[in-house]
Design a protein around this ligand. Structure first.
Ligand SMILES: *Cc1c(COP(=O)(O)O)cnc(C)c1O
Length: 239
């Protein structure tokens, strides 16, 4: 193995142990939690090594970085998640490679994603990004809709050709009542998911938890964790 491959293998093993331990502590089955490796800022060669090591879900947050990388890895059997704030002028590009957009947070984006998915002849999975620090009717600092905006967006995705509502995503807030309270934040997301699933049982993805707080997310019931640094190391600065 190359040095980089052994490094990634060791990091993945540590993350896998953490997820397994968190599942055991919560009385959950390991297979109920999917690891998504966030490869943003890291090269396509890392994505290729991760694939060799068994990773099947990767995530990116900037189209400029993601589009060439996804093209370079088009031969690999990978599910690509887009997790960054998304401008409508990037939608057509993102729909070209993403299988799931986790950062759906406004109806204009729904309209735009739907048009692009239809045109590309693809079905795109959508997660509504929830900003637990946003006031009613507003969006969060790092994207996301306030909890009372979920239903309207869910209805918009339901009605949009080419889109499939898969569930909810959040990033633990740095400010507001949930700052520093990841477990409470993720439990709130889980409650919102329970409400959503009452009318849309297939929208059962709950994407929460990053390198620093995956245990809290698994304890709260997350189905997908998004791990960058703990697998790939500290991110290089984007040029
Ligand atoms: C970068 C990023 C992650 C991964 O963060 P780490 O702390 O590096 O694990 C997860 N989710 C989103 C939305 C991100 O932008």
């Amino acid at each position: 193995m190359t040095d980089r491959k052994s490094e990634l293998a060791a990091n993945l093993a540590r993350v896998e142990e953490r997820i397994a331990a968190a599942c055991a502590a919560a009385g959950r089955k390991r297979e109920d939690v999917t690891l998504i490796v966030v490869t943003k800022t890291h090269p396509a060669s890392d994505v290729r090594l991760l694939h060799e090591l068994g990773v099947r879900h990767v995530a990116e947050n900037r189209d400029q970085d993601a589009a060439p990388k996804a093209a370079a890895c088009a031969d690999l059997d990978l599910t690509w998640h887009f997790v960054g704030q998304l401008q409508t002028n990037k939608v057509r590009s993102v729909v070209g490679y993403a299988d799931v957009v986790q950062s759906v947070d406004r109806s204009r984006l729904v309209t735009s994603l739907s048009a692009a998915a239809e045109k590309a002849g693809r079905e795109l999975g959508c997660l509504i990004q929830v900003a637990l620090d946003a006031e009613s009717g507003h969006r969060g600092e790092r994207g996301g809709v306030a909890p009372d905006g979920i239903e309207e967006l869910a209805a918009a995705v339901d009605a949009a050709p080419g889109l499939r509502l898969d569930g909810l995503m959040t990033v633990a807030p740095l400010a507001g009542p949930y700052a520093g309270r990841q477990r409470a934040a993720f439990e709130r997301l889980m409650d919102l998911s329970t409400v959503l699933r009452a009318t849309r049982p297939t929208a059962n993805m709950v994407s929460a938890g990053m390198s620093a707080d995956l245990e809290e997310a698994v304890a709260a019931g997350a189905t997908h964790v998004r791990i960058g640094t703990a697998v790939l190391g500290v991110r290089p600065k984007l040029g």
